[in-house]
Design a protein around this ligand. Structure first.
Ligand SMILES: [Ca+2]
Ligand SMILES: [Ca+2]
Length: 200
């Protein structure tokens, strides 16, 4: 059961809580309680997740507060597709990834890929309050992307390394996505969604 503050959210009993058409009043601290009714014990509470809602005056899907902080215009939607630092990612993509649109060193990407006889290590800079999904597939042209690992959100920026133990030299493609990509309910274990931005 999910709750915001101390109030339970009606019917929010799924594994994923989706907030659609979010308004400023949806801002707040959220948590979930997992209960095994067979035991009759009190449920276990999760850590708290803070949802921040920003105004978006120019409707470019980038919050005013963030645009002002990073030197963008909250009154001109056209700058959402700019790539001022030339790192290949637009201002909107950098907003979604929590990276700096003024610093080419700050971007969503694998920063190092090291292969050995045992495994491949994929490292990237994880931003605070962002979750990630690392996926792979055997060919760039066909086959479904499969999730290698989910990296949950944490309150601090840090370096993350994901190990692919089954990749030992044969061709394999990996990609890194944020926010986390969750498996749709009711799908099979390998029924992951098709690729979406970002795709590396
Ligand atoms: Ca905006
Ligand atoms: Ca950029």
């Amino acid at each position: 059961m999910a709750q915001r503050g101390r109030a339970h959210i009606c019917c929010a009993t799924n594994a994923v809580l989706n907030l659609n058409s979010v308004s400023l009043s949806d801002a707040g601290a959220y948590l979930v309680t997992v209960t095994n009714f067979a035991t009759g014990l009190l449920g276990t509470k999760s850590q708290t997740a803070t949802v921040i809602v920003m105004s978006d005056t120019d409707r470019d899907r980038i919050g005013d507060e963030w645009e002002i902080q990073l030197g963008c215009s909250p009154n001109a939607a056209s700058d959402s597709v700019f790539d001022d630092d030339g790192d290949g990612q637009t201002t909107w993509q950098e907003f979604m990834a929590g990276t700096n649109p003024r610093d080419a060193r700050s971007a969503l990407r694998f920063e190092s890929i090291r292969s050995s006889a045992q495994a491949t290590d994929l490292s990237f800079a994880a931003q605070a309050n962002r979750g990630y999904t690392v996926q792979f597939r055997e060919s760039l042209d066909h086959g479904r992307w499969q999730t290698l690992r989910q990296v949950g959100s944490r309150g601090v920026a840090r370096q993350e390394t994901v190990v692919d133990p089954s990749f030992q030299g044969n061709a394999r493609w990996h990609r890194l996505a944020t926010p986390q990509m969750f498996e749709p309910q009711g799908s099979s274990k390998n029924g992951f969604r098709d690729c979406r931005w970002p795709d590396f």
